[in-house]
Write a protein that binds this ligand. Structure first.
Ligand code: SPV
Ligand code: MG
Length: 431
C-alpha cells in the first residue's frame, strides 16, 4: 500500500480540504500532518483553535487514516520519517512562502523519491468568507488580548515591531520574509509613545493625551490581528492609570508597559542629558498593584519598565526594582539602556534570571542594535521590541520626496522611488 501525505494549516475544514482527502484516498493510505502552532505563526497566522482541536477536526474527516503533527513548515523531517510515495498539495504556489515550500518538496523528492500531486486549489466565495470570518475572530478583543501570554509560552522570543497608524499596522501584520527555507514575520506590535507623538508632530512628554493615544490604537486594531503592547509612559496618576488599564483591556490590547519615572517624562534616549526623575520603589509598586486590582480579565499584562540604567543609578538599583515590581504583581520587566553595547542589559538579564526564571523580560535594542534576537533569547529575554524603526524609515523618505519636488518643480524625478498608487491601494483590504 502506498502512502500519501498532506499537511493542513487550517482552523476549519472546508470543501477544499475534503477534495484533497478524496483525491489522496485514490492513491493509498492517507496521512495528514497538522501544522504545529509555532510553524503556523511564522508561515501564516496565529491559530484560532488549539492544536488538539485541529487534530480532532482532521481525524473526523472520512478517508483520513492517520494524523501526525508537522512541527516545521519545511518537509525534511516528514520525508526522513515517512518516506511518502506521494505528497498531495493544492497548486497555490504563487506567494514567495509557497514557492519556498514547493522548492523544498521538490528537492526532497529528488533525494528520497516520491511524487508531488498537485490538485487545483479551491478558493471560492464560500471559502473566502470562512477565511474572512477566521481573521475577524482573531481580531476580536477576547481572542486578541490573551495572545501575547500564549506567544510567550510558544516562541523563544516575541518579535515586536513599532506601529503608529493603520498603515504601519498593516506592515507589521502582513510583512513576511522568505530567506532560503526560513519564513518569518513579526509576532506582535508596539505602540510607542515616541512614535505616536512624533507622528503628530509633538514631543514625547506625555503631551499626546490618552484619548488621542486610544484613537491610534483603534486605527491599528481595526486593520490587524496581532497582539498589541502599549507604551503607557509613566501610567500617569495612579488614579488615572486604573482607568487606562480597563480601557486597554476592553480594546483587546495585550499588555501595557509603564516606566518608573515621575513628573515631566522625557524620552529615555535623552538619558541624563535632561532632567528626569525616577519614581520611588514604593510609589511605583503601588501603581502596579492598583493596575492589577483594576484589571478584569486574566490575560492582560502590566509590565514594569525600569529606568535605573538610563538614569545611571546602577545595576543594583535596577535589580532591587525588578524584585520589588515583580512582588507588587508586575507580569513582566522591561529593562532599558541607551548604551551602544548590550553589556549592561545582558548583565541585568543574566543576574535577574539567576533568581527569577519565569517573569518575562522585555528589551528594546534601539541603541545596542548589533545584538540579535537569538543572543537576547540566550540571556533569557522573552520580548524584543523594535521601538521606532518604521517611523525613522518613513521620515527621511518623505523628506527626500518633498525636497525633490521642490528642486525640480515637478514630481517625475522622485517617482521611481515611490510605491505605485496601484500597489499602495492593494495593501488595503476591502470588506
Ligand atoms: C518608545 O518607543 O516610546 C519608548 C522606547 O518608550 S524609547 O524611545 O527607547 O524610550
Ligand atoms: Mg515611550
Amino acid at each position: 500500500m502506498k502512502t500519501v501525505y498532506t499537511c493542513f494549516c487550517t482552523d476549519i475544514i472546508h470543501e477544499g480540504h475534503l477534495n484533497i482527502i478524496y483525491e489522496a484516498q485514490k492513491l493509498g493510505k492517507v496521512i495528514v500532518g497538522v501544522l504545529a502552532d509555532e510553524a503556523s505563526i511564522r508561515y501564516n497566522r496565529f491559530p484560532s483553535v488549539s492544536l488538539e482541536e485541529r487534530i480532532s477536526l482532521v481525524k473526523a474527516i472520512p478517508g483520513v487514516d492517520h494524523v501526525i503533527v508537522q512541527n516545521e513548515i519545511m518537509y525534511d523531517k516528514i520525508f526522513e520519517q515517512l518516506h511518502p510515495d506521494y505528497i498531495i498539495h493544492g497548486d497555490n504556489w504563487s506567494l514567495p512562502s509557497m514557492q519556498a515550500i514547493h522548492k523544498n518538496i521538490l528537492g526532497l523528492i529528488k533525494k528520497y523519491g516520491g511524487e508531488l500531486i498537485e490538485i487545483p486549489y479551491t478558493y471560492n466565495k464560500n471559502i473566502q468568507e470562512l477565511d474572512r470570518q477566521m481573521t475577524e475572530k482573531l481580531a476580536m478583543p477576547e481572542f486578541r488580548r490573551g495572545r501575547l501570554s500564549k506567544l510567550l509560552k510558544m516562541v523563544p522570543i516575541v518579535k515586536t515591531i513599532e506601529v503608529h497608524s493603520g498603515l504601519t499596522g498593516l506592515i507589521a501584520e502582513k510583512t513576511v520574509v522568505v530567506d532560503g527555507e526560513a519564513i518569518d514575520q513579526f509576532d506582535a506590535m508596539w505602540i510607542s509613545s515616541l512614535c505616536d507623538s512624533t507622528e503628530k508632530g509633538k514631543p514625547d512628554i506625555e503631551l499626546v493625551d490618552m484619548t488621542s493615544r486610544f484613537r491610534t490604537i483603534e486605527d491599528i486594531i481595526e486593520v490587524t490581528t496581532k497582539p498589541i503592547i502599549f507604551d503607557g509612559d509613566t501610567g500617569g496618576l495612579t488614579e488615572h492609570f486604573v482607568y487606562t488599564v480597563r480601557s486597554l483591556e476592553r480594546m483587546g490590547v495585550s499588555a501595557v508597559i509603564i516606566e518608573d519615572k515621575t513628573g515631566l517624562k522625557k524620552n529615555s534616549l535623552f538619558g541624563t542629558e535632561v532632567q528626569q526623575t525616577q519614581a520611588s520603589i514604593e510609589d511605583f509598586s503601588e501603581k502596579i498593584r492598583a493596575g492589577k486590582r483594576a484589571q478584569l480579565s486574566n490575560d492582560f499584562m502590566i509590565i514594569a519598565r525600569i529606568e535605573s540604567l538610563i538614569l545611571e543609578c546602577g545595576m543594583e538599583d535596577a535589580l532591587d526594582r525588578a524584585r520589588a515590581f515583580v512582588a507588587a504583581g508586575a507580569d513582566g520587566i522591561m529593562i532599558h539602556s541607551r548604551k551602544k553595547e548590550p553589556d549592561e542589559i545582558l548583565e541585568f538579564c543574566d543576574r535577574f534570571r539567576l533568581e527569577d526564571k519565569d517573569t518575562p523580560v522585555v528589551v528594546v535594542p534601539s541603541s545596542f542594535n548589533t545584538i540579535t534576537e537569538e543572543e537576547l533569547a540566550e540571556h533569557g529575554v522573552n520580548i524584543c521590541i523594535y521601538a521606532n524603526q518604521l517611523l525613522r524609515a518613513a521620515f527621511p523618505a518623505m523628506e527626500n520626496a518633498a525636497k525633490s519636488i521642490l528642486k525640480h518643480h515637478r514630481a517625475k524625478e522622485i517617482d521611481s522611488e515611490l510605491m505605485p498608487i496601484k500597489q499602495i491601494i492593494t495593501l488595503i483590504d476591502e470588506l
